[in-house]
Design a protein around this ligand. Structure first.
Ligand code: KG4
Ligand code: ZN
Length: 322
């Protein structure tokens, strides 16, 4: 039984996963509404709330799994990348929990968690596979040959795809986080009504910042334009950029299986576009796409644990680890 903790951004998460990848519990306390009034995540507020919530969320994850801490064999925690103050709450809690019972601890790279989320549950994807992770903080393509590691094939050079959705939504007056609202509005619009730039920086890299500027100019120059048409066309441009790189990567790498993850994997147009690719596609349920601790405990299965007391000096890392 692996107890996982994840506090890299604004969700306080704890989960219990078995060695075989069965999810026994997956608790997510979202702070989303707290940050909405500021139009984005406020790091200091996030850290303070993690501190208030982490014990209750951990207790809840154990209770839902029908376990006590005594039944846990390993503790896993997100070490980075993320907001440093937020990460520190999870890392310190995990160290204390593990040390109290002399358990081993596994520090996990948050992105490795996203990449291997589709390896959880009754029908896990098997390497080799391609993974597209598109969230509010990250957008990249990874190749997975063995579950303990991944190779980044391409990534965004500026904004993440979720950030592009959120910034577009804000320009369209849809609030924060605007991805889901933009997705809904886009269903009522014509995706061919406007053409937005689909820049291609590197073969497998992404760039979304020009798109947002282009929407800003379009709103200024055509104030009467239908918001639904703008939303649909803007979403089409993001989805087309993601789909295009995924298709190229599948071909170039000779891969036949694809997993998608990150909050943007909840997007309805992206889901249907991925379904049309010539690959077997794994799209985990939304609670495994967005930040969660089950993916952290799941990734820990493939990594070497640090024995007690080797991890007592372990530090969180705001940047990518390893
Ligand atoms: O993975 P996530 O929950 O948090 C991190 O950023 O790590 O991703 C959140 C992002 C936000 O930018 C949100 O707007 C976007 O995912 N998102 C969506 C949809 N649902 C969430 N974007 C487009 N369409 C959606 N349906
Ligand atoms: Zn994430």
């Amino acid at each position: 039984m692996i107890l996982g903790l994840e506090t890299s951004c604004d969700d306080t998460c704890a989960a219990v996963v078995t060695d075989g990848g069965e999810i026994r519990s997956n608790v997510i306390a979202s702070q989303g509404l707290l940050h909405a009034r500021y139009g984005g995540v406020v790091p200091e507020i996030a850290s303070r709330h993690h501190l208030e919530l982490v014990n209750a969320v951990t207790a809840d994850a154990l209770e839902r799994a029908g376990l006590r801490l005594a039944d846990v064999s390993t503790v896993a925690v997100t070490r980075g990348p993320g907001l440093i103050g937020a990460l520190l709450v999870g890392v310190s809690s995990a160290k204390a929990l593990a040390a109290s019972r002399r358990l081993p601890l596994v520090p996990v790279d948050h992105l490795h968690g996203h990449v291997t989320a589709s390896m959880l549950g009754p029908h896990p994807i098997e390497p080799p596979f391609l993974c597209l992770v598109a969230s509010g903080g990250h957008t990249f393509l990874a190749r997975v040959d063995e579950p303990g590691a991944y190779t980044v094939l391409g990534q965004t050079l500026d904004d993440a795809a979720g950030e592009a959705f959120d910034k577009g939504a804000r320009l369209l007056g849809l609030g924060y986080p605007g991805g889901p609202a933009l997705d809904r509005l886009a269903r009522e619009g014509d995706p061919e009504a406007h053409s937005f730039p689909r820049s291609a920086p590197g073969e497998l890299d992404f760039s979304f910042s020009g798109l947002k500027t282009s929407l800003l100019y379009r709103l200024r120059d055509e104030p009467q334009a239908s918001r639904a048409d703008l939303a649909a066309s803007y979403q089409r441009a993001i989805v087309a950029a993601l789909t295009d790189r995924v298709r190229k990567a599948l071909e170039r790498e000779g891969l036949e299986r694809l997993a998608i993850g990150g909050g943007v994997a909840a997007n309805s147009e992206l889901r249907s576009a991925m379904g049309e690719l010539e690959a077997a596609v794994w799209v985990p349920p939304v609670e495994l796409c967005t930040d969660n601790a089950a993916m952290i405990a799941g990734a820990a299965r493939f990594l070497d644990p640090l024995p007690y007391p080797d991890y007592l000096a372990l530090d969180a890392s705001a940047r990518l680890v390893g």
